[in-house]
Design a binder for this molecule. Structure first.
Ligand code: ADP
Ligand code: MG
Length: 257
């Protein structure tokens, strides 16, 4: 598979009035096109910092980011970003919310209009296009936020605790929903979560970070039988609890140090 993202020797030190905070140290990994990789690690270990650096919104202290072999500085158009809050604007309709990214980038066109319309139709939101965000359930709002991100045709999607504001039942349904959309649209996904089950259920690999300064402790390959391979059904697999125990121990050891 083609390599789409390379994170090379990334380190980050925040300068604060109280001194330096070393957030990340020497992070190295690669993503293949179409791969789903999760990052887990103790709270404050630098997960969000890492995604912000990859997105170009935060400066790195050292290291390099390559997308499709090209070194990137600053914000890349190949990258979409989804956060915990869906950040939908309550005073805009669903349609004008999903058009927002294109509007901000100044790339609204007849084609992009058509593309967004198709996405909304494909994922059962078109009939809600004139509604306002507060008229939709949490799960649907997250799907709208996803389509707003997909509208700019990113190749890589970064998700930072994107589902953690949802209640447990909804979260399981929404991760399944979003997983299927991303696979269909051939997106490569880098997922930050503190939920071990979510990481296993959505990923081809799981990267475990140490506590701050975050370094890579381990990278696990997650494999299920073909028929088990969706975020809901894989939870039934005996392999699931095996992966869970391994990751749980690895994180637990770190938290208690
Ligand atoms: P995580 O997402 O894993 O919980 P973060 O990346 O948010 O961790 O933060 C890593 C460390 O860097 C934490 O100690 C946090 O307090 C610190 N940090 C994050 N953002 C800033 C900032 N803008 N300025 C200073 N320190 C920061
Ligand atoms: Mg975070």
């Amino acid at each position: 598979m083609e390599k789409i993202l390379e994170v090379k020797n990334i380190s980050k030190i925040y300068q604060t009035p109280k001194g330096e905070i070393k957030a990340l140290e020497n992070i190295n990994f690669k993503l293949k096109a179409g791969e789903f990789v999760s990052i887990i690690g103790p709270s404050g270990c630098g997960k969000s910092t890492l995604l912000s650096i990859i997105s170009g919104l935060e400066e790195k202290t050292s290291g390099e980011i390559f997308i499709q072999g090209k070194k990137v500085e600053g914000i890349s158009k190949e990258i979409g970003y989804m956060l915990q809050k869906d950040c939908l604007l309550e005073w805009r309709t669903i349609w004008s919310n999903v058009m927002l990214g294109l509007e901000l980038k100044g790339i609204k066109s007849k084609e992009s209009n058509e593309y967004v319309k198709k996405l909304l139709q494909k994922y059962n939101l078109y009939e809600f296009k004139d509604k306002y965000p507060q008229e939709l359930s949490g799960g649907m709002r997250q799907r709208v936020a996803l389509i707003r991100t997909l509208a700019i045709k990113p190749k890589i999607l970064l998700l930072d605790e994107a589902f953690s504001a949802l209640d447990y039942q909804t979260r399981i349904m929404v991760t399944n929903d979003i997983y299927n959309i991303l696979r269909k649209e051939n997106i490569t996904a880098l997922i930050v979560t503190h939920d071990i089950s979510e990481a296993i259920s959505m990923s081809d690999r799981v990267i475990v970070l140490t506590k701050r300064p975050g370094t890579i402790k381990d990278i696990h390959t997650i494999e299920f039988e073909e028929e088990e391979r969706n975020p809901i059904s894989c939870r039934e697999s005996p392999k699931f609890s095996k992966y869970f125990n391994t990751l749980w121990k690895e994180l637990g050891v770190d938290e208690n140090k």
